[in-house]
Design a binder for this molecule. Structure first.
Ligand code: FE2
Ligand code: FE2
Length: 204
């Protein structure tokens, strides 16, 4: 996929992420607008669910081609995204709203895309793009909330920190696999061995 396609997609997705925040900013009063908060939390919930689905698909596909170490990373991210979805759904209920788990329109509400990816590097790249979009949209929500809703803000701060770790993990994987003269022809076994070595480095 050409590089500029990613840029266009990210721009569109970011604009979508801002939509509800802008609506919230024009309402009266200083305190957070509950409807706006519920709207963007439901968009964030859809984003997390789409991320769970994408990471799980990538986990099974990578596992199937014996890229075990990368698959394990995908699975770990999938489980953490599920945890975020649960936190967000619980907060929506606390705020008197209803979490929207309807599959209908899920992708439209999500800030990040569901891209299956052809190769292991495609999958890593797509996940990295999705994480970057999530990071940007969480930053915007946090900025909007300011001091108006400290509980929601604290929750989003925690989620944002994890998304930043995810992006860093993926950027490291991509650097390993994508910037080599023989990228594309490298064997999966070799990629797997390198990913295992990288995990060891991280632990030490
Ligand atoms: Fe997440
Ligand atoms: Fe993430």
């Amino acid at each position: 996929m050409p590089e500029n396609t990613f840029l266009i997609d990210v721009k569109t997705l970011r604009e979508r992420a801002r939509r509800h925040i802008e609506q919230g900013a024009v309402t009266e009063g200083y305190q957070a607008d509950r409807e706006a908060v519920l709207n963007f939390l439901n968009d964030a919930l859809a984003t997390e669910i789409v991320c769970v689905l994408r990471y799980r698909r990538h986990y099974f596909m990578a596992n199937g081609i014996n890229a075990r170490a990368v698959a394990d990373e995908f699975l770990q991210h999938a489980n953490e995204e599920q945890g975020h979805a649960d936190q967000i759904a619980a907060r929506i209920v606390q705020l008197g709203g209803e979490p929207n788990f309807s599959p209908e329109g899920m992708l439209g509400r999500s800030h990040s895309a569901y891209v299956e990816g052809e190769s292991l590097t495609d999958m890593i790249r797509e996940d990295l793009v999705a994480e970057r979009v999530a990071i940007d949209s969480y930053k915007e929500m946090i900025q909007y909330l300011g001091t108006k809703d400290p509980t929601t803000r604290r929750m989003l701060d925690g989620i944002l920190a994890v998304e930043e770790e995810h992006a860093e993990d993926l950027a490291t994987l991509l650097e390993r696999y994508d910037q080599r003269p023989y990228a594309g022809s490298v064997s999966l076994q070799q990629m797997n061995d390198e990913a295992i070595a990288m995990h060891k480095e991280k632990r030490d």
